[in-house]
Design a protein around this ligand. Structure first.
Ligand code: KIV
Ligand code: ZN
Length: 388
């Protein structure tokens, strides 16, 4: 149970929700490699797979359970005995096993996915938790589509599954539907109205259909959740899941939130690249924290400010996330200050008039060539036409 009230537990589902992305399937050895890297990163819980879904996924959960020691290893199930039995078997070697079981909680899912009633669904939820609890102590319950569920029914479901033995209650915004204040209020309501809520940790699991997954996760944490679920690079179904690296760096940057994780942030860039290449999922250049341009300064105004004091345009230091370094990109929008910086780096010392003259030739070149490299700069300095 929780000791430090400000500690946020990080639940990584790159290998389950992330791996559901078409074309991103991994082999068991690849999953083990990623799981080991997640362990080194300091993730608290690794969702290793959905064992009933395929023999390969079952085996991955078995092997990951053997491969990692520190993190809890979690297996997903639906709320039925067959799924739960399979998860129990797959987790047999886990040092810290967790079963993640659950069922739909919105009327949409209850009627149109399960063709059922609230009463029946509640019964199935409680039964599943009790059944899983016979074999595994740590049970996380997910109330699927909680983002669209009636809050009073959701509160009743959460209270019932905690009474049945759930240690963590996951409130997923499965469809990425909520606004941050709506999602935050949902978590607050549960925190204030579920009478046994102090016996479980509330977990946030948000999808990014409206681009709000990270904002919603933070709103949930601000309102009392203490576990956050997400993936590396935000990969996942449709528009993806909450990006773990974004949540971690938001908590690190905004001390006023008073929350912290166990993540070793300088390892973030390395694991981001590893997941991207193994899953064949390029990271978009402007992706927060890990995108190729996340620390690249290209306009003259920004470059000048950055070179005077990097904190003018840098709220996170690249080294804090393991990013190689900030870059000053030379384009036709760059100013003299950036050109001088790069020429000095290459050993050229210029006075003001010389710089002004080279800058004019630089602009002519940059208007035609998108990427000005060191070779181009040497070319400019020996005053010869540059090969393009
Ligand atoms: O998005 C979701 O609701 C899920 C659950 C299975 C936890 O991924
Ligand atoms: Zn999900």
């Amino acid at each position: 149970m929780l000791h430090d009230p400000n500690r946020v537990y990080v639940f990584d589902t790159t290998l389950r929700d992330g791996e559901q992305v078409p074309g991103c399937q991994l082999t068991t050895p690849e999953k083990i490699e990623i799981a080991r890297e997640l362990e080194a990163l300091g993730v608290d819980i690794i969702e290793a797979g959905f064992p009933i879904s395929s023999p390969g996924d079952f085996q991955s959960v078995v092997e990951i359970s053997k491969a990692v020691k520190e993190p809890t290893v979690c297996a997903l199930t639906r709320a039925n005995k067959g799924d739960i039995d399979s998860a129990i078997a797959a987790l047999q070697y886990a040092k810290h096993p967790r079963i993640h079981t659950g069922i739909g909680s919105s009327d949409m899912h209850i009627k149109h996915k399960f063709n059922s009633t609230r009463e029946e669904i509640l019964e199935r939820a409680v039964e599943a938790v009790k059944y899983a609890k016979r074999a595994v102590e740590d049970i996380e319950f997910y109330a699927e589509d909680a983002g669209r569920a009636d809050i009073h029914f959701l509160a009743k479901m959460v209270e019932s599954v905690i009474a049945a033995g759930a240690t963590v209650v996951n409130i997923p915004d499965t469809n990425g539907y909520c606004l941050p204040d709506q999602y935050g209020s949902k978590i607050r309501f549960l925190k204030e109205n579920v009478k046994n809520i102090d016996k479980a940790i509330i977990s946030v699991h948000c999808h990014n259909d409206l681009g709000l997954a990270t904002a919603n996760s933070i709103a949930g944490l601000q309102n009392g959740a203490r576990q956050v679920e997400g993936t590396i690079n935000g990969i996942g179904e449709r528009a993806g899941n909450t990006s773990i690296e974004e949540v971690v760096m938001i908590l690190k940057t905004h001390h006023s939130l008073g929350l912290h994780t166990n993540i070793k942030s300088p390892m973030i860039y390395e694991i981001s690249r590893m997941v991207s290449s193994m899953m064949r999922m390029p990271v978009q250049p402007n992706k927060a924290i890990v995108g190729g341009n996340a620390f690249a300064h290209s306009s003259g105004i920004h470059q000048d400010g950055f070179l005077k004091n990097r904190e003018n345009y840098e709220i996170i230091r690249p080294e804090d996330v393991g990013f190689p370094s900030a870059t000053i990109v030379l384009t036709a929008r760059s100013g003299r200050h950036a050109l001088k910086f790069h020429l000095e780096r290459l050993g050229y010392k210029l006075d003001k008039d010389e710089l002004a003259e080279v800058y004019q030739r630089f602009l002519v070149l940059a208007d035609h060539k998108l990427d000005i490299n060191d070779e181009d700069l040497h070319g400019l300095m020996i005053n010869q036409p540059v090969k393009q």
